[in-house]
Design a protein around this ligand. Structure first.
Ligand code: XIL
Length: 386
């Protein structure tokens, strides 16, 4: 069975290569059709952007292929609000102007997170931990300032990002972040939604998280959503980040996650899609990591390519079936030339952590639909030929 699937994928790869070369050479010129056009009867197709992507050679591709953008980093709490009463609007404004002037919609990312946080918010006037009241007041001020500034321009916000615990312990529903600890529970999540709705009543409000298809985490997210709905939080949907692997999630896991969320009357956006070709981390229990040089970067092999094509095709086949519930699919970065994944993990997993015993071996993730030369990959055609 597996052999048959792999063979038919390899056959598909062979058969589409001519098509791909022809069309790829047209990227950036007027092909007349980009991802957004193939999916115009389904949902907007977006991409995460930085200042570099707006001004460099990515910008033509962004305009041709996508009809939604998400600032990759420039609206996060720390970058945009580095200290009390100090806001860095420059990059966020530039992204908003870029998109508005080209009639591209904008998703805001994000209003409350434990990473890339505004660390000053957690401290009281004398350096002691902030009280719950002070922290929530700051959260409110922050959300009013940011969501208020882009009112009418940002159509959807990731209001709270990654607040659910990752462990297999089913009793630990919430991540023990500074937000959770200082607020002594998850109420900050309800509050963030309430503030965001007050700041911009027309914006669609999402809870955003990763591994939302893994059964244990899926059930924890479900509990959070039930709690939010029971408390009348103004939530419109769930962002499933979709940082996926060649065999993860399975089609059943993906459908189950969609069925569960939509059974609550919520919409879904896939907010940060990429499918890495990297293998899972070596098991730390097996002792020290093998020397990175033992596993050199294999590059984008035909087998990895075939599996990635299959995974992308599987995902978009399901997305189209659920189009009633899906209000957007966004890719996290533009092309394989530069993915956030390439800088993550050490030694075997990525390029970042070099040391005396772990020489740097860059193992790129090749996770997107455009290659290192910004050309459409075969996975692109698998997604648009339906
Ligand atoms: C990532 C960015 O892509 C990186 O540039 C940055 O260094 C770290 O954050 N989940 C999220 C995103 O919600 O905000 C993260 O973006 C990727 C994981």
């Amino acid at each position: 069975m597996y052999l048959t699937i792999t063979l038919s994928i390899l056959f598909f790869v062979q058969c589409t290569s001519k098509h791909q070369v022809t069309a790829a050479s047209l990227v950036g010129t007027a092909t007349g059709k980009g991802l957004k056009d193939y999916y115009k009867d389904y949902f907007p197709i977006g991409v995460a952007v930085s200042m570099a992507s707006l001004h460099g050679p990515d910008s033509a591709l962004i305009v041709e292929e996508f009809n939604s953008v998400t600032p990759e980093n420039d609206m996060k709490m720390g970058p945009i609000h580095p200290s009390e009463n100090v806001y860095n609007w420059k990059n966020a404004d530039a992204i908003v102007d870029f998109a508005v002037s080209r009639h591209i919609r904008i998703r805001g990312h994000n209003l409350c997170w434990h990473n890339q946080e505004a660390g000053w918010m957690f401290k009281g006037p004398n350096g002691e931990p902030a009280t719950k009241e002070l922290l929530l007041q700051r959260l409110k001020d922050h959300i009013f300032a940011v969501a208020g500034r882009y009112k009418g321009k940002i159509y959807a916000w990731d209001v709270v990002n990654e607040a659910v615990d990752d462990s297999d312990d089913t009793t630990q529903v919430y991540r023990k972040s500074n937000w959770y600890k200082i607020c002594n529970g998850p109420d900050f999540i309800d509050s963030a939604f309430k503030y965001a709705h007050e700041a911009d009543p027309d914006a669609k409000l999402y809870y955003n998280d990763y591994n939302s298809e893994h059964p244990v985490k899926r059930e924890k997210i479900f509990k959070l959503l039930q709690k939010l709905i029971a408390g009348h939080a103004p939530i419109d949907g769930v962002g499933m980040q979709a940082h996926w692997k060649l065999n993860d999630p399975s089609p059943d896991e993906l459908r189950k996650a969609l069925d569960e969320v939509t059974s609550l009357g919520l919409k879904v956006q896939f907010t940060e899609m990429d499918i890495t070709i990297r293998l899972p981390k070596p098991n730390p229990a097996s002792g020290t990591m093998p020397a990175a040089t033992a596993v050199p970067d294999s590059g984008y092999t035909p087998l990895a390519e075939a599996k990635q094509i299959a995974q992308y095709k599987m995902a978009f086949d399901i997305f189209r079936k659920y189009k009633r519930f899906i209000t957007g699919v966004t890719f996290w970065n533009v092309s394989d030339r530069s993915s956030w994944l390439d800088g993550r993990g050490g030694g075997l997993m990525g390029g970042a952590a070099a040391g005396a015993n772990t020489p740097r071996v860059v193992r790129k993730a090749y996770p997107l639909l455009f290659d290192e030369n910004r050309q459409r990959k075969k996975a692109y055609w698998a997604v648009v030929n339906f």
